[in-house]
Design a protein around this ligand. Structure first.
Ligand SMILES: Cc1cc2nc3c(=O)[nH]c(=O)nc-3n(C[C@H](O)[C@H](O)[C@H](O)COP(=O)(O)O)c2cc1C
Length: 272
């Protein structure tokens, strides 16, 4: 048996990207991505949309089963309006009864002047009518029955995880091109709406629509926020509940310990 030569460090760390994209740029792209719900209703060039859609294909999936399907609604304005109507109704139901203070807290990052009007648009659901102004309303479908062995992946969420990974791929590519994207899950919260949409666009029983991912031309760019938990808020070290310590804190601790031992040594010198 011939043994292959172990890879050198340079080979192992070979960058899959050309010299134009740096890790910093990719991290920046991820950090700057936002949900942009104000769209103009204009169309994207077909080749741009295709590049975005194609990114979804590269999402990982168990055994590469690719249990994701996407219905791209572009020309059927009536269907877009139906999804917008359902979205608005569902959002009105969700946010309409929400206490102002609760939503205010979530919208803290907005300027004082625009917070009440955004809240009002959430309450009456109009903020969620955006599928009507999107160029592409992509109905994202997952299948939890697409597994070839029930024993292999006893995880009923596999299908939606795969779809989510595909959507994020599309989102990042679209964002890098300056397009607006938003993930609309509210129309699929009520089984009656799901049935209705499946019926209208022919989604079979074995597939479940989980979101309408919308892509369009942004009316205006969005400001940064809402912010995220710091790293130690979502990551634990070795055991649940033990905050993962960021390098900055670790370095600070090490620096303090070094300073302490220096002072101690100085003191000892003086004593001697
Ligand atoms: C599973 C899921 C469901 C979501 N549902 C909706 C939705 O129904 N409508 C909507 O406009 N945004 C929806 N969003 C987007 C979030 O509101 C948004 O990502 C979050 O507030 C953070 O804002 P950002 O995307 O601008 O960073 C959803 C996101 C996820 C991941």
């Amino acid at each position: 048996m011939t043994q292959s030569k172990p890879q050198s460090k340079e080979q192992r760390l070979a960058k899959p990207l050309g010299k134009n994209a740096t890790t910093d740029q990719i991290v920046e792209l991820i950090r700057m991505r936002r949900s942009i719900r104000q769209m103009t209703g204009e169309r994207l060039p077909d080749e741009d949309l295709e590049l975005i859609l194609d990114a979804a294909r590269y999402a990982p999936s168990p055994e590469n089963m690719q249990m994701m399907r996407f219905v791209v609604i572009r020309d059927d304005q009536e269907m877009k309006r139906i999804i917008a109507d359902i979205s608005q109704e569902a959002a009105r139901y969700v946010f309409g009864n929400f206490p102002y203070e609760a939503t205010q807290g979530r919208l803290w990052y907005l300027p004082d002047a625009s917070r009440p009007s955004t809240y009002e648009e959430m309450r009456d659901g109009s903020l969620f009518r955006y599928p009507e102004k999107a160029d592409a309303v992509i109905v994202c479908c997952a299948s939890e029955t697409w597994h070839d062995s029930t024993a292999m992946y006893p995880n009923e969420l596999c299908g939606s995880v795969v779809v989510a990974m595909g959507v994020l791929n599309m989102w990042l590519v679209a964002h890098s091109m300056g397009y607006a994207c938003a993930y609309q899950a509210v129309p699929f919260a009520d089984k009656r709406h799901v049935e209705f949409i499946c019926d209208k666009i022919g989604i079979p029983r074995t597939w479940t629509p989980i979101a309408a991912f919308c892509i369009g031309i942004p009316e205006k760019p969005r400001m940064l926020g809402p912010s995220r938990w710091p790293l130690e808020g979502s990551f634990y070290a070795e055991r649940w509940g033990v905050p993962y310590q960021r390098l900055a804190f670790r370095n600070q601790k090490a620096k303090k310990a070094k300073q302490k031992s220096k002072i101690k040594r100085k003191k000892m010198k003086v004593q001697r």
